[in-house]
Ligand binder design. Structure first.
Ligand code: ADP
Ligand code: MG
Length: 704
């Protein structure tokens, strides 16, 4: 732990091979070529790459780096890397030469066979390669392994199929840029050359004491508690939210911030979250691909620094049943290379019209592809947050705020919008569309997709998941909606009338997706069903949206995914789900057989001895005897539930991988896990704490 105070501007980005560093260190011509490549996607020739690689290596070695790695994001949700040292052949004088070539910089060959490919490699090529994504800067990461130069890369098969999250994300960014440019051209912008999605991912997490963590196999193997009775005090007092950050946590956060700043991650806000031991970290938004990388760095850094502070960082979506889970709010907007945010209502009338078109296109996109968007947030842990008993329903709806909703409602009900709630008057210059001000109404915390002033916030993403998938979907579905609008408007003779009519049409057709009420209420579930909005309760039910014909057509149209890539992704997701539940079931079986049942048996023996001793002493043993009876019957229930779980888990493991197996895990194994948990949790409430074989929820949540 460092005691000294830090100067942010001095350390910020010190471990990043960023634009300023490149400008300073690279020959002018090389720097210009690289910039061109970054901005226009031009190819880099090997000679230029050699120069960049050399300078990057020199810089990294000055930072203490001994190794470099192509840092990539396979379909496991996390990151992967293979480390190579800079050492090349030893020289005659016994010293070694440090080398790093352009070829090594731009292309790597990790052992692709150990990463999920959903059959892609079997069908195409056995090998895979990583390619430098020069739009996301290289950085030096320091940890127990020393310092490593990390080069963000995309991971593809030799025939070009994407085996990672980065490749389709970059493709989707191109799609949204192209279609956004078409749209703003209609409104007279002739100068912008690029539109980029900006993303800010707010990260929630829990911190628990490392010693206690290591006493729980469920946390070790699965990242969440599989058993555990609620403590007498939960989160009902809400006294943790924005509460004073305790010293141990504060010193952890200080180190996290410093590490992140050095790696160029703009860690900005930090606070306690709703649940005890829960916290949040938000960076300042960045380009979507950079934000996705940065979020991975944030997750890794939280884990590493927590360990250094004798704690463990839990990124699981639902580490504790009955206590708020963790998510990731994906803030998303579109900005031109001239700095104009298309989701900002703007100050002048024509900007307002453009904004209303953008907005209604987004409504259309989200309404038409709600199931796909829901799928993008599906991971095994998120099933406990979305559509589970205690969580918001897994229904996609859009929150617009009072003013915008009012404008749309006028359009939908009367065909004209003659005023807006804030300004009261019509100023747009275009028939019947009012001026808008930046939304001032209350934020709605229960909406899964909320407009918050100049961005949309997609709040379904799981805390452990990459934000890549959600942004791939968002970029592509909105690109498609823009394309549809442009196809019509580019042909229009009377543009003002055509755009007005189209906004009205989209608003009317997709108004059902707008919901400003309480998204957590039971009434909403019924109302959404009446509106025909999908309510997809589990990951297994969500996955088919990835491969339905509409999805395939959409992604192929914008060259984001091929059919084969989508099929492979669906397969991987079924596999990931089955594996996750299998590990959980096995862990429960292990804990029940080797820890809970033996501990309770031992305890019942003590109780039985006590009953006898009390009776012999001539006193009344009825309380002890009653307790013994209750515990013994729960123990019997535990054993029966355990036997059932063993049976279904074995059946599941014997099935072929794929949808049927994943469904079996969801429909048979998961309920059997719940059935085992119930009696064990009840036992925990009545068995002597001294006899319980592991730390309780109370110990984990309130004693960090
Ligand atoms: P909240 O009240 O939800 O915490 P904040 O204003 O603090 O909202 O922003 C949350 C996140 O949204 C931050 O990561 C922030 O950088 C990001 N953000 C702000 N403006 C934009 C924008 N225009 N586009 C994308 N993300 C944004
Ligand atoms: Mg938020």
């Amino acid at each position: 732990m460092s005691e000294k105070l830090v100067n942010i501007s001095e350390i910020f980005g010190e471990n990043v091979f960023d634009d300023a560093t490149m400008q300073e260190r690279l020959p002018k011509k090389v720097y210009k070529d690289l910039k061109k490549m970054i901005e226009e996607g031009k190819e880099l020739d090997l000679a230029t790459a050699d120069v960049i690689a050399h300078e990057m290596k020199e810089w990294a070695i000055e930072k203490g780096a001994t190794h470099y790695t192509h840092w990539f994001q396979p379909l496991t949700g996390t990151t992967a890397e293979k480390h190579d040292s800079f050492i090349s052949a030893p020289m005659e004088n016994g010293k070694v030469l440090m080398s790093f070539s352009g070829k090594e910089l731009i292309k790597g060959e990790p052992d692709a066979s150990s990463f999920p490919s959903g059959g892609l490699r079997a069908t195409f090529e056995a090998r895979g390669y990583t390619a430098w994504d020069c739009t996301s800067p290289a950085f030096v990461r320091k940890d127990a392994a020393g310092a490593t130069l990390c080069i963000p890369t995309a991971f593809c098969s030799y025939t070009g199929e994407a085996l990672d999250q980065k490749t389709p994300l970059l493709r989707s960014m191109e799609a949204i840029s192209e279609q956004s440019l078409r749209l703003i051209r209609l409104f007279g912008n002739t100068t912008a050359r690029k539109v980029t999605p900006s993303v800010g991912a707010e990260q929630e997490y829990f911190l628990v004491d490392a010693k206690k963590f290591h006493e729980r196999k469920d946390l070790i193997y699965t990242g969440r508690t599989l058993f555990g009775a609620m403590p007498p005090k939960g989160q009902e007092l809400d006294d943790h939210y924005f509460g004073t950050i305790r010293q141990r946590i504060a010193s952890f956060m200080k180190d996290v911030n410093e590490e992140l700043w050095k790696m160029g991650v703009t860690a900005k806000t930090q606070h306690n979250e709703v649940a005890p031991a829960q916290h949040e970290l938000a960076p300042i938004y960045a380009k979507a691909n950079v934000a996705v990388d940065h979020n991975q760095i944030v997750m890794q850094t939280l884990k590493r620094i927590a360990s250094e502070h004798g704690m463990k960082c839990l990124l699981h979506e639902k580490p504790f049943a009955g206590v708020n889970g963790s998510g990731k709010h994906n803030n998303w907007s579109l900005t031109t290379d001239e700095g104009k945010n298309l989701l900002d209502p703007g100050k002048t009338p024509h900007e307002n019209i453009q904004f209303l078109l953008v907005l209604t296109c987004i409504l259309k996109a989200v309404d038409e592809h709600a199931a796909l968007l829901r799928e993008s947030a599906a991971d095994p842990g998120n099933d406990h947050r979305l559509g589970a008993n205690e969580a918001p329903p897994a229904i996609i709806s859009v929150f617009l705020g009072e003013q915008l909703e009012d404008v749309l409602e006028q359009l939908v009900t009367t065909g004209e919008a003659t005023h807006s709630l804030n300004t009261g008057k019509l100023q747009t210059g275009v028939r019947t569309l009012p001026d808008l001000a930046k939304d001032t109404s209350d934020r709605n915390r229960t909406s899964p997709f909320a407009f918050t002033g100049n961005k949309f916030e997609f709040r379904m993403v799981g805390s452990r998941d990459s934000v890549a998938a959600s942004n791939i979907v968002l970029n592509t579905i909105v690109a498609d909606a823009f394309a549809g609008a442009c196809d019509i408007l580019e042909q229009a003779d009377d543009f003002p009338k055509a755009v007005h009519d189209l906004i009205k049409q989209y608003a009317t057709e997709h108004y059902r997706i707008v919901f400003n009420g309480n998204g957590y209420s039971d009434e909403w579930v019924e109302e959404a069903a009446r509106r025909g909005l999908p309510n997809i309760r589990s990951m297994v039910d969500a996955i088919p949206a990835l491969v339905d014909e509409g999805t395939v057509e959409l992604f192929e149209k914008y060259h984001v995914f091929t059919r084969a890539e989508l099929v492979s992704r669906a397969e991987i997701k079924y596999e990931n789900y089955a594996k996750a539940i299998n590990i959980e079931a096995r862990t429960m079986i292990d804990m029940a057989s080797k820890q809970f049942i033996p501990a309770v048996i031992k305890y019942t023996k003590t109780l039985a001895d006590t009953v006898n001793a009390v009776r012999e002493a001539g006193a009344d043993p009825s309380v002890q005897a009653a307790l013994l009876g209750e515990i013994s019957s729960l123990l019997a229930e535990t054993k029966r539930a355990l036997d059932v779980l063993v049976k279904v888990a074995d059946t599941a493991a014997g099935m072929d991988e794929g949808e049927a197996q994943a469904r079996y895990y969801h429909e048979e194994v998961f309920p059997a896990m719940e059935a085992l948990r119930a009696p064990v949790d009840r036992l925990e409430m009545i068995v002597d704490k001294e006899a319980w074989p592991m730390p309780s929820y109370g110990d984990l949540l309130f004693e960090v």
